[in-house]
Ligand binder design. Sequence first.
Ligand code: ADP
Ligand code: GN1
Ligand code: MG
Length: 381
Amino acid sequence: MNNNAMPYNFNDIIAHFNTEGEDFEISNFGSGHINDTFLVKSKTGEHPGYLLQKINSFVFKDIDGLMNNMLYVVNHLKQKVSKAGGNPDKEVLTLIPAKSGKYYIKDDQGNYWRMTCFLNDTISYDLVTTRQQAEQGGVAFGKFQYLLSDLDPKLLIDTIPDFLNIEKRQKDFKQAIQDDKLGRLASVKTEVDFLKSWEVPMNEIPKLGKAGLLPVRITHNDTKFNNILLDQQNNIQCVIDLDTVMPGYVAFDFGDAIRSIINTTVEDEADLNKVQLNVPLFEEFTKGYLSQTNSFLTDYELMSLMMGVLLLPYMQSIRFLTDYLEGDVYYKTYFEGHNLQRTRAQMQLFKMLELNRAQLDNIVQTEWAKLYNKFDVPSIK
Ligand code: ADP
Ligand code: GN1
Ligand code: MG
């Protein structure tokens, strides 16, 4: 095993799991901001290999609860996919059991690890460039919600309490401003003032939720485009990164996916002029998403989708800036000021979305009307 440069004893860690083969090569993998991901390839190549992940236990405080959630979700999805004649091994993540019978282990340094089967010949994109990719993204996350719509949300715990609760995020943001632990506040006054000025309008979804107008369903809650795997033909194969699958509102998934799809550049773009909207990709994603969810979405949920499109980039800006003020303790960062650069790019995206809200809203309504041949959708204020 070639793991000289790696800080972990991979031989010992992998030996705890029921893997096929034993002579493995390990390499870093993926571009996620939270977990540490490694590709485990058999040297002889007779097995597609595994994905080994060190679960971020600073972010996820209840690993046992998290892995229980994941097990419920993958088992349910596999059953549904099999019944529909699909291939559950390819279309749903497969967790590798540890020899203890659990689906994760704790190593002697206190790190938590899990393994899944590596899905060969798949691609995850940080940037979406084609209409087909966007449409397949919509199908992927729409179908994901649909397949889980008959699983009781009460079976799942909140793996991160208040994860997409904007009121809590705003409160934490204010606390970080007040603490100003690293003396960074003075340099981000413009950003802080801008984000604060949107505090009230960004509370539409929780308001509808509290009024009982939005059903709580099982949602993915981290629908960044690189959390799906496409096959070589750019068709959807599998939804991944299931750590945040828990009770939520459908608009969270719609909004967060659009955040990563509609942007013509990367999430942490330094040149704000490059942050532009690719509206045809919005249209394609919406088409794909509604094709899978039209059987269960309520009128209020439909109306909430555009609220999610604004809320998620706004919330992401607040989350990045809070982390910057707190000293970059949550997201992986790769240079000084990375979280601030991410904040600025997300804020710019939010501004562009807000400017084009009417046009995007119109697309959602038109795509819905095409499915139902009706034009009486409630309009969004
Ligand atoms: P993070 O929480 O850090 O974002 P992910 O679960 O999203 O971790 O995994 C990181 C990356 O690893 C993904 O974006 C994807 O490229 C790749 N990946 C994850 N699971 C698999 C898998 N089972 N097969 C192939 N690639 C995978
Ligand atoms: C994190 O794990 P990853 O990179 O897919 C984060 C998301 C953010 C995203 C921003 C558990 O997602 O909520 O939207 O970064 N995940 C968690 O890129 O906080
Ligand atoms: Mg991910």
